[in-house]
Design a protein around this ligand. Structure first.
Ligand code: PXL
Length: 280
């Protein structure tokens, strides 16, 4: 009997500048969760703050790996998706999820990675964003930031102020069909955190921690990875979001005190031990 939860992690692999799989893999492992990576693309660096990065689209490999995994009869407690390299990949994720759900329950955590600070990432087209919205429509939990929330709701970025985050997460829930964790919500100066809509309870809750001075690349991926690990370990949405916010705070504090370039990402590795199941 397998007791270690298993997650299929469908994200890009960027060699330098911590983000996506270079965060998801170590975080889930540290939390006692088996992470099975399915890279959507290989990049030399992420695209935020670096120019001239390489980009190898792995769509054909994604399709073949999904077929192989399904052929092996593998089951996963969750799939966790993030940065996509092509529209076709979002369609592949949808059919992979449908096939897994036929065999049993699989939680789908979709981080609809599309942009930040009101702007789309360089590789994202409006067509990609529509495809991402279609994938997110099938999720159990979505983890957007405000930029992504605006795209999903087809609203203006400025029309979604943090004070109205409770209404935003309800609107994003598709009439209570999916849970929502909106990241980067600051309700007071010096604070940051998330607004949650839990479809199990129908309740909205707000999680706030101290903002440790600066924003670093990859904090969204770090937050969503801890959230996913906590959910597959059986925590409730609000508790999982609080755990994620606190871990990101500690890592941001550590990074800020070293004055590292923000594009190199958040210096989380030395703190991974805090996530170990026996400590929580
Ligand atoms: O952290 C989001 C992200 C993931 N993957 C790639 C990115 C970004 C953000 O810039 O460029 C390749």
């Amino acid at each position: 009997m397998r007791t270690t939860p298993r997650v299929a992690a469908i994200h890009d692999l960027s060699g330098f500048g911590r983000c996506s799989l270079t965060i998801v893999l170590p975080v889930l492992s540290a939390m006692g969760v088996q992470c099975c990576p399915l890279p959507t693309a290989f990049l030399s660096t992420h695209t935020g703050g670096f120019t001239g990065n390489t980009f190898l689209d792995l769509t054909d490999q994604v399709a073949a790996a999904m077929d192989h995994w399904l052929g092996l009869g593998l089951t996963f407690e969750a799939i966790y998706t993030g940065f996509m390299g092509s529209c076709r990949q979002t369609a592949l994720c949808r059919s992979f999820l449908a096939a897994l759900r036929e065999k049993g329950s699989t939680l789908a955590v979709v981080d609809p990675v599309m942009g930040d600070h009101g702007r789309l990432y360089r590789t994202y087209t409006p067509e990609m964003c529509r495809a991402m919205a279609a994938l997110a429509a099938e999720a159990d939990v979505i983890v957007p930031n405000r930029t992504e929330a605006a795209w999903l709701l087809e609203r203006d970025y400025d029309s979604l102020p943090d004070e109205a985050a409770g209404e935003t997460v309800r609107a994003l829930s598709l009439s209570g069909q999916r849970s929502v964790v909106l990241t980067g919500v600051s309700l007071r100066p010096g604070k940051t955190g998330a607004a949650c809509f839990d479809r199990e309870s129908g309740r909205v809750s707000l999680v706030q921690t101290d903002f440790e001075g600066r924003a670093f690349h990859g904090t969204g991926d770090l937050f969503a990875s801890v959230l996913t690990g906590a959910l597959v370990r059986g925590e409730k949405l609000e508790q999982a979001a609080a755990r994620a916010a606190e871990f990101v705070r500690l890592c941001a504090l550590r990074t800020a005190t070293q004055d590292l370039p923000p594009r190199e990402g958040i210096d989380f590795e030395p703190l991974l031990g805090l996530l170990a199941p026996e400590r929580n």
